[in-house]
Design a protein around this ligand. Structure first.
Ligand code: THU
Length: 159
């Protein structure tokens, strides 16, 4: 049997080492945690998407008593960007989270459904998005975009 070896490249750095542009996007994601509605998990997530026209569109997780009806911060931001600026590609997305103790020391990573939506956002505009995951002690940067986080993925080509 042959094997396919999958490789994901993740840059690791401190917040202070981020470029000013990445810091700005990360700060927008951190700020977006303030608008999170998370009465069930008490886990506040913020996402900020940078568009080709320079707009930053933010989103936060919005929970619901019927749990699956809620939506993650990443999809809230990306669907909002798609609604407000359907012609604009997303060049980067930053994600930040905090719990009742405050901001998390390590970055959180988007869930599978959000990765799928990130992938479609990329293919829709033929634009890979830089993914910046914020943690108080370290940040992850995935230059290669959603494909790096979701290999062997399903997309419209299979339909
Ligand atoms: N959540 C996000 O918004 N983004 C993620 O990347 C992971 C999880 C939300 C969903 C739910 O409201 C809460 O965090 C706990 O899972």
């Amino acid at each position: 049997m042959k094997e396919i070896i999958l490789k994901t490249t993740v840059g690791v750095c401190k917040y202070e080492e981020l470029t000013p542009a990445d810091c700005k996007l990360v700060d927008a994601a951190r700020k977006a945690t303030d608008s999170s509605y998370a009465p069930y998990s008490h886990f506040n997530v913020g996402a900020a998407a940078m568009l080709t026209n320079g707009e930053i569109i933010t989103g936060s997780n919005q929970e619901n008593a019927a749990y699956p009806s809620g939506l993650c911060a990443e999809r809230t931001a990306l669907f909002s960007a798609g609604t407000r600026f359907p012609e604009q590609a997303v060049t980067a997305i930053a994600i930040a989270a905090r719990n009742e103790q405050g901001e998390l020391p390590r970055p959180i990573s988007p869930c599978g459904a959000c990765r799928q939506v990130m992938l479609e956002t990329e293919s829709r505009h033929s634009q890979v998005m830089r993914i910046i995951l914020y943690g108080k002690e370290c940040c992850y940067i995935i230059e290669g975009g959603a494909k790096e986080l979701l290999p062997i993925s399903f997309d419209a080509n299979y339909l």
